[in-house]
Design a protein around this ligand. Sequence first.
Ligand code: ADP
Ligand code: MG
Length: 251
Amino acid sequence: MIELENVVKEYPGHRALDGLHLSVPAGCVYGLLGPNGAGKSTTINLVTGLLKPTSGHIRVGGIDAVAEPLRARNILAYVSESVALYPHLTGRENLQLFSRLAGRRLEESESTACLERAGLQADAHGRRIGTYSKGMRQKVGLAIALAKDAKAVVLDEPSSGLDPGASHDLAERVRELASGGLAVLMATHDLFRARDTCDTVGLLVHGTLRAEWKASEVQDHDLDLEAAYLDLVNDSSHQSATSNSVTSKSA
Ligand code: ADP
Ligand code: MG
């Protein structure tokens, strides 16, 4: 459902992604791990069409996200680290507003159903977003994704700043979305949550996928994800302190 093929992304003087291949089938949760600066947000922003790749192919539901960004975005929902919502409107009003912007008018019962499926407690639906916790705002973000009837969802560090309870809750919702057939791509620093939530975990270091593990490998073989992560990240920092900086033409 989400596919990246040999994707390169260069910023001026810096190659952030260096030939990335990644695939998230429908019904799967893919967790993208990696240290700060590894290229996780760049990957997410390429999938949402906020950025254009320097080269390579990106497809969402088979649609070329570079050639047809609007069609691709139609079936994609994005939950950013800090979901941007209107603080003076209620959760329900935000959902209705964003749905209308996406071309859908929601019945009251549909809004309630989406907010419930996203896990937002009923007494919060009519409260202003300004009074919400971060976890609750994330849920409104998920409800917006559900209302859009998205086929794929991308989340950038959704659990950063959430307490363990809220983070657990979010993980459960993400699993439910996937069991309903959505493809989920999630950048995260939370190794333990990733191990328990994701079907596949990828480790991005300096713009390259250094390892990919299936949940079954991690669980059945009791793979120590933290040790594997630290090994590969440290190994890469020795190898390539300079190797992925783009040679400046003017130098
Ligand atoms: P992550 O989300 O994994 O922390 P990012 O995708 O944000 O990493 O960044 C990857 C690399 O690209 C970093 O080295 C970052 O400094 C660089 N980078 C990100 N955005 C820009 C930009 N707009 N211009 C130049 N460099 C950027
Ligand atoms: Mg990031």
